[in-house]
Design a protein around this ligand. Structure first.
Ligand code: ADP
Ligand SMILES: Cc1ncc(COP(=O)(O)OP(=O)(O)O)c(N)n1
Length: 269
């Protein structure tokens, strides 16, 4: 029977090494047993050593992808990834408002953990004003949190202040990642979930000392998207994603010669 299987969508760039971007999103959707649909925004040429080149797709082509999906599928939840520039953000916003693609999980990809910039600096304001207000969940990493909230973060209290600032921009629920960058204790990795109600939940998992952590942010936001599409609450979806990404980091996958991917097969259980 048509349209019975949970369908989710990623609006993201392709990462040629398979570790991050659309590839990580689709692998995560598969692992979490939802059907993944994709709007490709850009292509990245890279490998485990880093990113070599990036090419955005035209806005006309992105429009055509959205239309094709809207004409045929019943998307229950969606997520964003790499959006490159102002024009792409404007196009994504226009399409998101025009069609029905369910709750938006906004992964505000600005920079990878190895320092590659995936969003042009003059697009940060556009991201804040157009897409942040549409987000049911936003998942900034430590750098993105500071950029979006326009403040430095040194303490847990700063994390909370920054998350509240992003909520004030219109995002309903904020997952502020990477509190382990604060202080020297690397036994655990802590993220803050600031819920729409104002409740704060600290999510903690063991820290793993490995270089194979490409795509963690993508897998986390894709897993949240999948769990929400399956009907889970925000708290359960985020807690499940945090636990499963941790499992995928713990059982690392050795492919490539430098910074490898996480092991998304571990996210099936
Ligand atoms: N070395 C690590 N060990 C355990 N968890 C980690 C490690 N590095 C990142 N994480 C977790 O992976 C998730 C994604 O966070 P992060 O890597 O900061 O995002 P991004 O990929 O967007 O930069 C977070 O839940 C974070 O706590
Ligand atoms: C095409 C593409 N999109 C996103 C990323 C970054 O992925 P993310 O999981 O947010 O960050 P890292 O864990 O890879 O730092 C990417 N590399 N390529």
């Amino acid at each position: 029977m048509a349209n019975e299987y949970p369908q989710v969508m990623t609006i993201a760039g392709s990462d040629s090494d398979g570790s991050a971007g659309m590839q990580a999103d689709m692998n995560t959707f598969f692992a979490r047993e939802v059907y993944g649909i994709s709007v490709l925004t850009a292509c990245v040429a890279g490998n485990s050593y880093g990113i070599h080149a990036a090419q955005p797709l035209t806005t006309d082509f992105i429009d055509a992808e959205f239309k094709a999906i809207a004409d045929d599928f019943h998307v229950l939840a969606s997520k964003t990834g790499m959006l490159t520039d102002k024009q792409t953000i404007e196009t994504v916003t226009k399409n998101y408002k025009q069609y029905h693609f369910g709750p938006l999980i906004l992964d505000p990809v600005i920079i990878t953990k190895h320092g590659a910039m995936l969003l042009e600096a003059d697009a940060y304001e556009t991201l804040k004003t157009l897409l942040v207000p549409l987000a049911t969940v936003i998942t900034p990493n430590f750098f993105e949190l500071q950029k979006l909230a326009d403040m430095e973060i040194h303490t847990d209290a700063d994390m909370i202040t920054a998350a509240k600032k992003i909520q004030a921009m219109g995002a309903k629920n904020v997952v502020a990642k990477g509190a382990h960058h604060i202080g020297g204790d690397l036994k655990e990795v802590k993220d803050l979930l600031l819920l729409e109600s104002g409740e704060k939940v600290w999510l903690s998992e063991p820290y793993h000392d490995t270089e194979h952590i490409n795509g963690t942010g993508d897998a986390l936001s894709a897993c949240i998207t999948a769990e929400i599409a399956k009907g889970q609450s925000i708290t359960v979806a985020v807690t499940t994603a945090k636990k499963l990404v941790n499992q995928a980091i713990e059982h690392e996958l050795a492919v490539g010669h430098k910074y490898g991917p996480i092991n998304i097969w571990q996210m099936r259980v």
